[in-house]
Design a protein around this ligand. Structure first.
Ligand code: AMP
Length: 222
């Protein structure tokens, strides 16, 4: 059996990692592991982990490494050794990156590529303000405010599965600025970690979803 690709999609909040991960999952038939989605499931189910994580998430800061590494790596290591995966939102600190590297070493093969989707800050702020997410399948949707009160311009129904769309608490303006600052101070250093290992591919992330997907596929040599 051929070995599936092992990828990390890296970038600031609002870069389009989730959207690109979904397209890649469909095209490459590999698993999509989103640490944010894992946490949101725990929060919804009110598990002990969810109760601990919710406070950090609502404030837009990182959940501590000791909680994050366990749930992300448990998911990665539950796959068969030859199965591919796309990590989305993990790792977000150098410590997490090191833990992932060590876990993959026990499987004799490191990541194949880290794709960095680069989007300027003003564009991120605009995108996050209009982002709504499906409660059921987590697909992100982009809305333009319609009414004078800033309410969305169309029905809050998922185009993919018909589920209900909602705005994440941490996509509200108070939390968004914090998330971007946290990205710059804690997550950007992970870029150097992967640059040193020659795993990084840069993809400009302002264009149509399809164009960006073409660039991502090209960066992967596909
Ligand atoms: P996301 O959906 O990737 O934007 O993640 C939503 C929130 O979940 C983040 O703002 C963090 O509070 C938390 N989170 C997700 N992934 C991680 C991670 N790798 N490390 C720490 N916190 C995370």
């Amino acid at each position: 059996m051929t070995q599936g690709l092992r990828l990390v999609l890296f970038g600031p909040p609002g870069a389009g990692k989730g959207t690109q991960a979904q397209l890649l999952t469909e095209r490459l038939k590999i698993s999509h592991i989103s640490s944010g989605d894992l946490f949101r499931h725990h929060v919804q189910a009110e598990t002990p982990l969810g109760l601990k994580a919710a406070d950090y998430m609502n404030r837009g800061v990182l959940v501590p490494d000791e909680l994050t590494i366990d749930i992300a790596l448990e998911k990665v290591m539950s796959l068969n050794a030859e199965e591919g995966f796309i990590l989305d939102g993990f790792p977000r600190t150098r410590f997490q990156a090191k833990a992932l590297e060590e876990a993959l070493q026990t499987r004799a093969r490191n990541l194949d590529k880290v794709v960095y989707i680069d989007v300027p800050e003003d564009e991120l702020l605009r995108r996050l303000a209009g982002r709504f997410v499906c409660r059921q399948c987590q697909a992100p949707h982009s809305m333009t405010p319609g009414g004078t009160d800033g309410s969305p311009d169309r029905e809050l129904i998922c185009e993919r599965c018909g589920g209900e769309l909602y705005q994440r608490t941490d996509d509200r303006p108070e939390a968004v600025q914090t998330r971007i600052e946290v990205y710059k101070s804690e997550t950007m250093p992970v870029l150097d970690f992967y640059r040193e290992r020659a795993l990084l591919a840069d993809v400009p992330g302002v264009d149509t979803v399809e164009q960006i997907n073409k660039r991502v596929m090209k960066a992967l040599g596909l």
